[in-house]
Design a binder for this molecule. Structure first.
Ligand SMILES: O=C(O)C1=C[C@@H](OP(=O)(O)O)[C@@H](O)[C@H](O)C1
Ligand SMILES: C=C(OP(=O)(O)O)C(=O)O
Length: 408
């Protein structure tokens, strides 16, 4: 379904509630499956978390996780260590191109029984659950943090716990730190020092407790972009967020100050406000710690007519799509000039934005949401607009509530 966004402006003052963090939710859903004494509140209403929940509850032997990367990785570790189970974990055509070899090799070293059913190194996987007794493994940490988080999440249930040695430059570190923090929050003994992660076996049940998921910061990025592209004084209040967030994308609060946007935390809410015009200086951000907001930031710069150089983006090519190539292709449709490498994107100052362009979204929710704020600068169309439900099902309703003119 393609939607058209007329050139719009938003109401001066707005407030929205954003669904729970997809990353926190999928971690806690897996931990709850291992430790039923845990209760979770404000679970993400995303497709990816629904898929995770269904996979953990199903008795089917074939589990399709569609596009959900963390579900694929986390469930691979879960079922590999679930003695007596036998499942086929499959997904969308794109999921069958997203590598899991590093994780499968680590699990196999620990004693797991996992076979590739189509392409070597990629899903679908046949997984025969085993009682894993090996406890030491090393793996490359420069491709995806999800492989490491997957192993950490099952570790406390392994007979001898787990000692992970991370090789190479560790990527997407805040996601590993999120996993560690949640393990500690539920009472599991875990540490992460240098390139070594240690997790002690949890032989008894945990203390029953309720964990409340913070709203999703990656989803908040699109509203930061909307405010950055709006008039001075425009503000959006988002709930429910906290200053001591576990989410690496909370770095948005400091990064968007470069675009004249302030963030005030109060009563579990953030107020995002355009307080000054953006300084037309080139933007230079290293986003290794926050890969999911690269698309948002690149498009904010496009809309503001600011050049940018974004680095630390080597993980983008194996996400929902090759995000660097997709960004280059779609920004150039709007009139921008983009140079990409294996791990960076450079955008030149864009003086003219083309009108009534159709943006392709490549099965990537973040392509649709990152480009939507450009409706504050021009008329544009978003193809396959329902793709946003992967992380933010209410996105288009939220934009209509802000004042965007959206038609099908
Ligand atoms: O662990 C997680 O919840 C995630 C880790 C990141 O992936 P990489 O570690 O592959 O960068 C991120 O892109 C993804 O949206 C969610
Ligand atoms: C990359 C993402 O998710 P996943 O890897 O879980 O598909 C994302 O939400 O941007």
């Amino acid at each position: 379904m393609t939607i058209s966004l007329q050139k719009s402006s938003i109401h001066k003052t707005n407030s929205l509630t954003i669904t729970g963090s997809k990353s926190e939710s999928n971690r806690l859903l897996l931990l709850q499956a291992l430790f039923p004494e845990l209760t979770i509140e404000n679970v993400s209403n995303s497709d990816d978390s629904h898929v995770m929940q269904q996979a953990l509850e199903t008795t089917s032997e074939i589990i399709d996780i569609h596009h959900a990367g963390t579900a694929m990785r986390f469930l691979t570790a879960y079922f590999a260590s679930k003695s007596g189970s036998e499942v086929v974990l499959t997904g969308s055509p794109r999921m069958k191109e997203r590598p899991v070899e590093i994780l499968v090799e680590a699990l196999t070293h620990l004693g797991a029984d996992i076979a590739y059913l189509e392409t070597e190194g990629c899903p679908p996987l046949r997984i025969k659950g085993k009682h894993l007794t090996q406890s030491k493994v090393s793996l490359n940490a420069n491709v995806s943090s999800q492989y490491i988080s997957a192993l950490m999440l099952i570790a406390a249930k392994l007979e001898n716990g787990l000692e992970l040695t991370l090789k190479g430059k560790i990527t997407s570190v805040p996601y590993i730190e999120m996993t560690l923090a949640l393990l500690k929050q539920v009472g599991i003994e875990a540490s992460f020092n240098g390139n070594l992660i240690k997790i002690v076996p949890q032989v008894s049940t945990l203390n029953p407790q309720t964990l409340v998921v913070e709203s999703d910061w990656s989803s908040a990025s699109y509203f930061y972009s909307i405010v950055a592209l709006s008039a001075v004084g425009t503000n959006i209040r988002l709930s429910s967020y906290k200053k001591d967030s576990l989410q690496g994308d909370s770095v948005l609060a400091s990064l968007y100050e470069s675009f004249g946007v302030s963030t005030v935390f109060e009563n579990e809410q953030i107020q995002i406000k355009k307080v000054s015009e953006a300084i037309k200086e080139p933007i230079n951000f290293q986003l290794n710690h926050a890969p999911d907001i690269a698309q948002t930031i690149a498009v904010t710069c496009l809309g503001l007519g600011i050049s940018c150089h974004l680095s630390g983006l080597h993980t983008l090519k194996i996400k929902e799509t090759d995000r660097l190539l997709a960004l280059k292709t779609e920004i150039e449709k709007l009139g921008g000039s983009v140079h990409i490498t294996e791990n960076s994107l450079a955008l030149e100052v864009t003086k003219h934005i083309n009108f009534d362009v159709s943006i392709a979204t490549y099965n990537d929710h973040r392509m649709a949401m990152a480009f939507a704020p450009m409706a504050l600068k021009t008329k544009l169309n978003i193809e396959d607009a329902n793709v946003v439900s992967k992380s933010h099902p209410s996105f288009w309703d939220d934009l209509k509530n802000l004042g965007f003119k959206i038609t099908q």
